[in-house]
Design a protein around this ligand. Structure first.
Ligand code: NDP
Length: 247
């Protein structure tokens, strides 16, 4: 029980990496607030966690691209649990495609969710995390360090996450808040289902299935590793690739 008495918020907890992180943190004793848009999924996960671990959960239906909605969700968590120790900023989309063929609205949506959503949640969570010290874990990507064709816009969002995280780290340690970036390579999740261009989607799906991809649990372990270190150890960056991923 590495996280007994801790309270965590996980954004994008309705599927994939976020769901796995929520489950892993709850299994170590944390009370978890599950944040995403799909209420039905969150309610099912919360029910399972409560019956598996006897752990209280909170479903916070929220759209991270709406600052007001994020603020409300964080207020709800404080109202219910009275404290906040861990924020995992995981909600994200990956609209891959070439710059020339892109739909500008897709860029806007991706930046709103991947960058501004993470910044809003951080901003509204910080006053509560500061109270007793805490952790912010930002789920970036290998694409936050390595760029390839058809990922210019997605990479731009993840480079932004990394830049924001480093500036935040330099400010927040003074308030006893640690900041970690996790940079996964290919993980088998629903992320690729939402790629708007069908031919890009097929190409990415076949690339992912050409290797033994990571599972969401692999990333959940990295998150747990970071947040369960002794206080003087700040794990600032973890990149996790499938062994067979070349770039
Ligand atoms: P999923 O599509 O399975 O999960 C994405 C999550 O984000 C869902 O829970 C979704 O919930 C949530 N989400 C999307 N938009 C919003 C929004 N506007 N407001 C609130 N929640 C939202 O993909 P992954 O688990 O793979 O993705 C999680 C993170 O991991 C992302 O940031 C992604 O960039 C990153 N990542 C993933 C990799 C991979 O290979 N899978 C590799 C590197 C990084 P809902 O639709 O219910 O709102």
């Amino acid at each position: 029980m590495k996280l007994k008495d801790k309270v965590a918020i996980v954004t994008g907890a309705s599927s994939g990496i976020g769901e796995a992180v929520a489950r892993r943190l709850a299994s170590e004793g944390a009370r978890v607030a599950l944040l995403a848009r799909r209420a039905d999924r969150l309610l099912n996960i919360a029910k399972e966690l409560e019956s598996e671990h006897g752990r209280e959960c909170l479903v916070a239906v929220s759209d991270v691209s709406d600052a007001h909605s994020v603020k409300k969700a964080i207020e709800l968590v404080i109202e219910k649990f009275g404290r906040l120790d861990i924020l995992v900023n995981n909600a994200g989309v990956m609209f891959l495609g070439s710059v020339a063929d892109a739909k500008i609205d897709d860029w806007r949506k991706m930046i709103d969710i991947n960058v501004l959503g993470l910044m809003y949640a951080t901003h509204f969570a910080l006053p509560h995390l500061k109270k007793e010290g805490g952790d912010i874990v930002n789920i970036s990507s290998v694409s936050g360090r390595v760029v390839s064709a058809r990922s210019a816009a997605y990479s731009a969002t993840k480079f932004a996450v990394n830049g924001f995280s480093e500036g935040l780290r330099q400010e927040a340690y003074k308030d006893k808040v640690r900041v970690t970036i996790i940079e996964p390579g290919a993980v088998e999740t629903e992320l690729t289902d939402h790629i708007p261009d069908a031919s890009v989607k097929d190409a990415v799906k076949s690339w992912v299935s050409s290797m033994t991809a990571l599972q969401s649990n692999d990333i959940a372990e990295a998150v747990l590793y970071a947040v369960s270190q002794p206080w003087h150890v700040s794990v600032n960056e973890i990149m996790v690739r499938p062994t067979e991923q070349s770039f």
